[in-house]
Design a protein around this ligand. Sequence first.
Ligand code: COA
Length: 196
Amino acid sequence: MSFEVRPEQPADRESVRRVVTAAFGADDPAHGADVAAIWEGLGHHRRAGLVAEERGAVLGHVGLSRAWVDARRELVEVWVLSPLSVVPERQGAGTGSALVAAAVATARGSGTPALFLEGSPSYYGTRGFDRADRRGFLPAALERTPRPAFQVVLFDAHEPWMTGQLIYPDVWWEHGAAGLRDPRLADLEERFGISD
Ligand SMILES: CC(C)(COP(=O)(O)OP(=O)(O)OC[C@H]1O[C@@H](n2cnc3c(N)ncnc32)[C@H](O)[C@@H]1OP(=O)(O)O)[C@@H](O)C(=O)NCCC(=O)NCCS
């Protein structure tokens, strides 16, 4: 492993856009550009970005931004991990895992009570995340989020009353990036036999 993980700086903007676009746009370039636009559009909702860099070249990136849990007592600020990107030619060599570990450590160090994401349960489930619905949380897109994909890491600041629905900032809705829609949602449910 010859790369280092470090905080994203303003000067990384173009490199990060290139990496996110390449990772998410491998099959559909427009989707890659859209994911990059979400990260940029999060603006003041961003909490931290991390890049994996090797000899001055950025080959991976992870974004951390804020959202809220709409608990009965009050709105609770939490963090969301998204997007996670590794350039296609360097995937499968541990870069994504290192970025997830660093992102979890950064979120833990911030004092936030919880870090959420929507993603593969097989990938994130072996990297510290658990199903969020089993800890008292509801996804932002209630009808359109396969429950196994809705995942969370809870930290020391989490208290038992901090449960409820995840609320995303506008940018997620503007880009249609909360949950999934058919036919992709139906395909995924069928492929993985997801019914709960
Ligand atoms: C997902 C991603 C960040 C992983 O990065 P990486 O550097 O290849 O990951 P690592 O090398 O640490 O881990 C590789 C493992 O992840 C698995 N993996 C890769 N993509 C996966 C996916 N979409 N779903 C489930 N598992 C995946 C590989 O099969 C491999 O499994 P193994 O360790 O059992 O062999 C990278 O593949 C990527 O950028 N993909 C496109 C963008 C994307 O889908 N991001 C995640 C959105 S939630």
